[in-house]
Design a protein around this ligand. Structure first.
Ligand code: G
Ligand code: G
Ligand code: MN
Ligand code: NA
Length: 254
């Protein structure tokens, strides 16, 4: 069986699962949001990571169906945690360009929110910087519609695409996720430190939230804190994990 037909079958059978990685308030240690990261469950190859099937899903268009499953499952889980009495936290969902270009996307999001009962302000959609750079009038209209619904919008992998300030100001976004490639050597490479400081300050002046991705060490955390970064995500706090495994952490800082 080709990888494509295997993925097609997985879509029919919904052979996917979500892992969740917390986003941490660096001042209080609280979990303020979680990012959903999809995995493909297979019998022969175990759990397949998104890097190994999302590109094929994008090429074949299967990403639209996978993306709908991810959105529904993420929203369902967020609602389940709220119903169980946990502090409501935002659920961040990654989007591919192809989903965003789909005419049915807005209706699909509206429907999934209605079906799962999740309030729109607890949904955050992540769009990569390279996606928004290819912006069209249609895309700006779609972002505006999502924003008017109360959905939060975040720019993922920020810093890799050289988008300008004036450009960002046109978009109804709330958050910049600083790409982990800038965090990795932040304590040893003055260029990376300078880039991260510039992003933090730019975001402040635009009244945007920033989050540092890929925080792995106490040293990175201390530096980020000292530069005024208020939120972080990374292995230092927690790897992505199943909903069951994450529950105690969510419960603990309820
Ligand atoms: O989970 P992992 O740690 O391997 O994620 C790798 C990449 O896959 C990340 O860039 C992430 O944005 C992307 N990714 C994870 N889940 C999804 C998803 O549900 N949809 C899309 N489009 N990309 C995802
Ligand atoms: O592109 P996106 O930001 O959606 O990708 C998130 C990816 O980063 C996932 O593959 C996730 O597993 C990975 N990740 C999360 N935290 C860390 C970290 O601290 N270090 C590294 N190297 N990768 C991380
Ligand atoms: Mn992401
Ligand atoms: Na990212």
């Amino acid at each position: 069986m080709t990888l494509e037909s295997a993925l097609r079958r997985a879509v029919m059978q919904k052979d996917f699962l979500l892992h969740y990685q917390p986003q941490i308030n660096l001042e209080t240690g609280e979990v303020i949001a979680v990012e959903a990261l999809v995995r493909w469950k297979t019998e022969d190859s175990g759990t397949v990571m998104p890097g190994d099937f999302i590109p094929l899903a994008e090429e074949t268009g299967l990403i639209n169906e996978i993306g709908e499953w991810v959105l529904r499952e993420g929203c369902r889980q967020a609602k389940e945690w709220q119903v169980a009495g946990l502090t409501p936290r935002r659920m961040a969902i990654n989007l591919s360009a192809r989903q965003f270009a789909d005419k049915a996307f807005l209706d699909m999001v509206t429907r999934v929110l209605a079906e799962t009962g999740l309030a729109p302000e607890y949904l955050e959609l992540e769009i990569t910087e390279s996606q928004v750079m290819r912006q069209t009038d249609g895309m700006i209209m779609l972002l505006n519609r999502l924003s008017e619904m109360g959905i939060h919008l975040a720019i993922d992998d920020f810093g890799t695409g050289y988008s300008s300030l004036s450009y960002l100001k046109r978009l109804p976004i709330q958050k910049l996720k600083i790409d982990q490639s800038f965090i990795r050597d932040i304590t040893v490479d003055p260029n990376d430190t300078a880039i991260v400081v510039a992003i933090i300050n730019m975001a402040k002046s635009l009244d945007l939230d920033t989050i540092a991705e890929g925080v792995e060490t106490a040293g990175q955390l201390a530096l980020l804190r000292s530069k005024g970064c208020r939120v972080g995500q990374g292995f230092y706090f927690s790897a992505p994990m199943s909903a069951e495994a994450l529950y105690p952490l969510l419960k603990q800082n309820n």
